[in-house]
Design a protein around this ligand. Structure first.
Ligand code: NAP
Length: 259
């Protein structure tokens, strides 16, 4: 995710010299430098001074390690932007009093500048810090500010969301092939249908329910398909999946906070 952000910032017009990437393995440092041209360092402490924004993009369990290592070096003039799933702002604020912290949940379509990030701001964040964090997040897509108690739900919906869509794509492609379509045609039909439907949904003033209704005539082909999905418990399954992801997000956050 950190690499996706770095590449997105470059596409958005930031210069390589505006950025530095801190990693922990030499091979990763080499690969990242090769892929982006951005300076890399194996010493986290070297990545802190003179930076307006510090993006924390390690797994939730590694957040306390990073805080222990460099928390004391962070200046309250800097903005800390964490994208670690489930990790509460309080974990950073307790270790770094006065440091403005923004917690965000992006998603992988950020890789093609179509990301969706929800974010929430900590007690020391003023308009300048908020704008800086938004600038970083907006480089790869859209943003929405929400209260922190909603971020586990966000993780389950838009953070995890691409996986729901990819599973749907896999299933549709497999079904298409079983109906006799050649693999390349099945893939193309499914990819473009998902892209087109997503675009239609995002740009239309009609709800998903209305748009679905427009494809569904009584007794028709779509009605037959919808009947099977409804009878098979599609909605309940999605609800359970989202609930499980939200639960896991809370769990990861609690573990990172040592609760
Ligand atoms: N993937 C998603 O869809 C997504 C979406 C939203 C938010 N997030 C959040 O984004 C964060 C990163 O996720 P990811 O999927 O990008 O994980 P990832 O691929 O494992 O990336 C984390 C990177 O951090 C490095 N790292 C760990 N500890 C470090 C340390 N002490 N110093 C320097 N580097 C360190 C890891 O190094 P190694 O390569 O050596 O392990 C790895 O390269 C997570 O907190 C996740 O919850 C992910």
């Amino acid at each position: 995710m950190g690499e996706i952000f770095a590449a997105g910032l470059l596409r958005a017009g930031w210069h390589q010299s505006d950025l530095i990437l801190a990693v922990r393995r030499e091979e990763r440092a080499r690969d990242l430098h090769h892929a982006t041209g951005i300076e890399t360092t194996l010493k986290l402490a070297d990545a802190i001074p003179d930076r307006d924004v510090l993006v924390v993009s390690v797994k939730p369990k590694d957040v306390p390690v990073v805080i222990d290592e460099v928390g004391s070096l962070v200046d309250p003039e800097q903005t800390l932007l964490s994208i670690a799933a489930g990790v509460p702002i309080s974990l950073f604020e307790e270790a770094m009093p006065g440091v403005p912290v923004v917690r965000a949940m992006p998603n992988t379509p950020s890789a093609v500048d179509r990301g969706m990030s929800a974010y929430t701001v900590g007690a020391s964040v003023d308009e300048t810090h908020r704008e800086l964090a938004k600038q970083v997040l907006s480089a790869v897509g859209e943003t929405i500010e929400l209260s922190e108690d909603l971020l586990d739900a966000v993780t389950a919906v838009s953070g995890t969301g691409p996986a729901y869509v990819f599973l749907l794509a896999e299933s549709l492609i497999e079904a298409a092939i079983r109906e006799g379509l050649p693999h390349h045609a099945a893939e193309r039909l499914v990819h473009e249908t998902l892209r087109g439907s997503g675009e239609l949904l995002a740009t239309s003033d009609k709800s998903a329910f209305r748009l679905r209704g427009e494809v569904t005539s009584p007794g028709g082909t779509t009605a037959a398909a919808m009947h099977v999905l409804e009878e098979g418990g599609f909605r309940a399954l999605i609800e359970d999946a989202v609930q499980a992801a939200a639960h896991r997000s809370r769990d990861l956050g609690e573990r990172a906070s040592g609760q």
